[in-house]
Design a protein around this ligand. Sequence first.
Ligand SMILES: C=CC1=C(C)c2cc3[nH]c(cc4nc(cc5[nH]c(cc1n2)c(C)c5CCC(=O)O)C(CCC(=O)O)=C4C)c(C)c3C=C
Ligand SMILES: [Fe+2]
Ligand SMILES: [Fe+2]
Length: 340
Amino acid sequence: MKKGKTAVLLMNVGSPDEPTVPAVRKYLTEFLNDKRVIDLPWLLRKFLVNGIIIPFRVKNSTGLYKQLWTKKGSPLIYYSEELKEKLQAKLGSLFEVFVGMRYGNPGYKNALSEIKKKGFEKIVLVPLYPQHAMSTTETSLIAAEKEIKKQGIQAEIYEVGQFYDNPKFVDAFAEQARKYNLSDFDHIIFSYHGLPNRQVEKCHPGIKVGNCSCRNALPEHGKFCYHATSYETTRLIASKLNLKKSDYTVSFQSRLSNNWLTPFTDAVLQEKLEQGKKNILVLAPSFVTDCLETILEIGVEYGEEFKQKGGNKVQLVESLNTGDRWVEILAEMVISQLNS
Ligand SMILES: C=CC1=C(C)c2cc3[nH]c(cc4nc(cc5[nH]c(cc1n2)c(C)c5CCC(=O)O)C(CCC(=O)O)=C4C)c(C)c3C=C
Ligand SMILES: [Fe+2]
Ligand SMILES: [Fe+2]
């Protein structure tokens, strides 16, 4: 046992091993068969995911990953590896930082085996999601807890939860936006990864997404409601940027069906274009690392469609990635969890 030494496990969604059909199929199979991602009864999930969604999606997703891929591989993975190195340097020799993706490689199970082999007194689990959801923080923590039990790892476990309201996180995102001259843009969109309405309604049973109060203020039920915390994150960042309500819109992207949170980002872009707003700045504060959903979906797909329809520019604000402020915030979150 390394006396006094703490393992820090950074967790995120993960990417396929390579942009090929078999690798993307393997990744999507692991991802979408997670009952906290597709929260349907077992048989229905297997039928829908393996019989319909993956066969219909795999070719298109592979094409997207081919476009995204760089010499260093998938941005989500190489940014995470670089973040690990920077956080290691910040935390120093009493810590060892690991990356463990929920799906694909480098996976959380291997990271935990490594942690077990080396022996640590404490493990801090850090899911890299600002807003809690069953498909984000919850699935990461539960999967890691199960694996720790399965491998018989004897260590004190600490968990970093959602951090959308951490003032330093809010500041860091606002700072990223300030790299642009906000007055050059006609409108700002805060685009969040979507969720099925069904999953949001589990946070406010009996109240449909269309009738809930999540958009207006953080409600009683709201602390762990992704719908509500997405709007709250927006209000916090918008306030830092001194934005008026009319300057910005919240929207949701990356839907798998029409029964996901609305308004959809592409529909909002279309609406803004119709209002004559041709220069749009997009922040994506549900992602702390740029990935397929930001670089390609917002930066390329939405941007090209917007231009084709007569708009000028959709400018994506770069995420926190491996920035020094983000490394400092992570280090602080880890230390404060250990001291809690
Ligand atoms: C805020 C974080 C995320 C939430 C919430 C989330 C929910 C969610 N996602 C899917 C399905 C897919 N997501 C895909 C990619 C992807 N998702 C996130 C983050 C969240 N997902 C990230 C960071 C990424 C990018 C990974 C990368 O390699 O860069 C994909 C794969 C790509 C594709 O085929 O479109 C799928 C599929 C569901 C079903 C869901 C909640 C129910
Ligand atoms: Fe996703
Ligand atoms: Fe809601």
